[in-house]
Design a protein around this ligand. Sequence first.
Ligand code: HEC
Ligand code: HEC
Length: 461
Amino acid sequence: MYAKFCCSFLLFTLLIAVVGCSGETEDNTVTDPVPNTDADSETVPSTDSDDQPAEPTADETTKTDETPSDAGGTLADGSVLLGSTALTAGIPGEGDLTVAQIGAWLDSEDNHAPLAVTLPAGLAAGSAAIVIPEDNPLTRAKIELGRQLYFDRRLSADNTVSCADCHHPDEGFARHTQFGVGIDGQQGGRNSPISYNRILSGAQFWDGRADSLEAQAVGPIASPIEMGNTHEAAVATVGKIEGYKLQFDRIFSDGVTIDNVGRAIASFERAIVTGPSPFDHYEAFQRFAKLDEEDLKELLADDPELAAKYESLGDAKDKHPMSESAIRGRDLFFNKKINCAACHVGANLADEKYHNLGVGMSAEKPDLGRFEVTKVDADRGAFKTPTIRNVALSAPYMHDGGLKTLEEVVEHYNKGGMKNPNLSDKIVKLNLTDQQKADLVEFMKACTGAFPKIETERLPQ
Ligand code: HEC
Ligand code: HEC
């Protein structure tokens, strides 16, 4: 039935394309934020387009209302819906995680089967850009092991700091401090970025110095200012905990190693994705909203499945409404003059590229960001574009945590960033009115969707 729906929707999409070509005058100052296959969009970043996240197909953008058919988060097509609580709710039971519970969990073959994944509505438009390394297939058992490690302070030298201490579910998977606060209260010079939607992201860190999530995950453990440990000591600690040893031995052929710690944590992070936001519900319905009333009536009368789709998308949009202000903000965000979407583009509203906005460039010794990795002059002061999804939950902002609110961020762009020799040519004075600034902020707030529920306590003893 799903396949059948896809076909009718494809036809429908084609129909819209035809209707769209038939001479209607469109306001072409706004680009369609749902990435499409028309290549004429100027908001697609103009530089080195070969490492662009792949364009989604119509098929993927239609996956907007999937609901799991069982409590394990499995969909009718056999894939698992990422963001399903089932993946991150921990091994069933209460209190400390016992060896017996772990044993029973590991005995279930289902927990070791490589998962095919479906992204939640909205994010699903980026399915073609999913990053899961071939040597680290996603399994339920690995996600669960990674969950335990992510919240386990015993990975740090003195049992005081876990990944979650700088990327906490209650603080938007970041932290409301300006800089990450690590072992002995030490601080680095960068703000803790978010650790969700990483499944759509290749290189990690503000400067992209880690090639993969796996490579990233083992870094903090040995960083003297973060978890202050050594990889050897962390592996020894984990290996001495029976519940962990059992899991590593069953999940990986070579048991407890630092690389396997990285693989497990990366798998857990790939399961943390943002659910559909008011923005996504609004966008999904636009396909219908754009149609002429007569055309729409005809289409719906001819196709009961499409009519049902129209109903359900309309309901979802009404249940999670975008305010008028947020809708205006959306139009500004994707407007070619204001052009936030020159960089905050694609399903995750992030181009995975590096740009200089002038943030922190007035410091005596500015953080040179991407330049430290590439030594290419043009990269001085450039940082990786962060996602706008759920950004309202993770203040403060920018690589230096120097902007406390979304209002301050918009003001930074309004001024045209901070002048410096490498300022991106996409950053220009905007002369926004107070209303427009407020609208942009409202739009960003409307990009907030649900996170999966995550068990934060149950760890092997
Ligand atoms: C002391 C605070 C702290 C701890 C502990 C910590 N992080 Fe981070 N994390 C940061 C900061 C700060 C950055 C950005 C550093 C940079 O870009 O140079 C970062 C970056 C990241 C990123 C990159 C996100 C992106 O958008 O590129 C991920 C993913 C991440 N951390 C996950 C983890 C995991 C997993 C752990 C545990 C193994 C962990 N962190 C431990 C503070 C911390
Ligand atoms: C030239 C590319 C580019 C454009 C255009 C752009 N951004 Fe950004 N955005 C970035 C980069 C890169 C960062 C991180 C910069 C840093 O930390 O130095 C960022 C950071 C942000 C942040 C902070 C996110 C966080 O987690 O810290 C928000 C919010 C944001 N941008 C919103 C906007 C809005 C709204 C617009 C349009 C008015 C816009 N951006 C235009 C590239 C861009």
